[in-house]
Design a protein around this ligand. Structure first.
Ligand SMILES: O=P(O)(O)O[C@H]1O[C@H](CO)[C@@H](O)[C@H]1O
Ligand SMILES: O=c1cc[nH]c(=O)[nH]1
Length: 289
């Protein structure tokens, strides 16, 4: 059955609506970043670049490094953008856009997020790298899909109870990263983490400039949460959405986080550019070997 024009939306050139890409323009290995400017900081390492496309906050370069074809794409900030980016990436991989029909065999993508984050633990210092084994989403995205099969609801229940999480906020959901990619991207240079994904950068992460927030000690409560020997390590804005969308559609995902803020000590990295560039170099080496 053909998908309706209002559901699978294509541009005049046949490309997918928000990303502006055609199926042959993406690799099965996709690096995602929040910042569009970070795309060329990654693709400058490629031996060649065959595709460059920008539409809204979605800037995409596809090229080859050491014989491996890689796509790098910016998603902008937040899991609302992740819903669009991953759904459209999946459509490029698994839907015949001309016939508007699902392909008979489904294809699985490797999705590697290279992002920045704030640690909420003193013992996870500035300038370290966290690989997210688990993600807890405060964003609610997974509740809009049939995701019950893979959500780790016992973690969510314990979290709500231990932190006194308000029912006015979305129920936190917990989802794991892709096992093989977690192993591939981890080393003695990385710290395994449990990443909390927030709906914003300021109030939702407990930052106060001029606005007050209802539970000023929430980051401490999040840091004190403990269940089955797991504790939350860091805050950012995309990982839970990426892990959830990847699990829904049969893709593998891992989130690599450069710690540029430590919220427990109040410090910020003195050289965030170098920190991210070093993580990029680390990830490209791991991806291509
Ligand atoms: O550096 P990126 O990948 O954008 O990730 C982090 O930085 C942004 C906030 O400054 C959010 O997107 C957060 O998840
Ligand atoms: O503290 C931080 C740093 C980077 N990104 C975030 O979302 N939070």
């Amino acid at each position: 059955m053909s998908l309706k024009a209002s559901e699978l939306i294509l541009n005049e050139d046949g490309s997918i609506y928000h990303l502006g890409l055609l199926p042959e323009e993406i690799s099965s290995t996709v690096i995602t970043v929040g910042d569009p400017a970070r795309v060329s900081r990654i693709s400058q390492h490629f031996d060649n670049i065959e595709v460059t496309r920008t539409k809204r906050e979605f800037c995409t370069h596809t090229g080859t490094l050491n014989g491996k074809r890689i796509t790098v794409m910016s998603t902008g900030m937040g899991t609302d953008n992740i819903d669009i980016a991953l759904t459209e990436l999946d459509a490029l991989a698994n839907i015949n856009l001309e016939k508007k029909e699902l392909n008979p065999d489904s294809k699985s993508l490797d999705i590697i997020r290279i992002g920045t984050t704030g640690s909420i633990r003193k013992e996870i210092p500035l300038d370290s790298y966290i690989v997210s084994e688990l993600a807890m989403g405060f964003d609610g995205l997974m509740h809009y899909y049939n995701s019950e099969a893979f959500l780790e609801n016992d973690f969510s229940e314990a979290f709500v109870e231990q932190t006194g999480w308000s029912s006015k906020k979305a129920l936190p959901y917990v989802v794991s990263g892709g096992k093989d990619l977690l192993t591939k991207m981890s080393s003695e240079k990385t710290i395994p983490g449990f990443t909390a994904t927030n709906v914003g950068f300021y109030g939702p992460q407990g930052r106060v400039l001029r606005n007050s927030i209802p539970v000023p000690e929430m980051n401490n409560k999040i840091a004190a949460f403990s269940f089955r020997d797991k504790q939350i390590t860091n805050l950012e804005m995309e990982t839970s959405g990426i892990y959830g969308m990847a699990k829904l559609m049969g893709h593998n995902a891992v989130s690599m986080n450069a710690v540029l803020a430590n919220r427990a000590t109040g410090e910020f990295s003195s050289d965030p550019k170098k920190l991210v560039d070093d993580l990029i170099t680390y990830c490209l080496e791991k991806i291509t070997t």
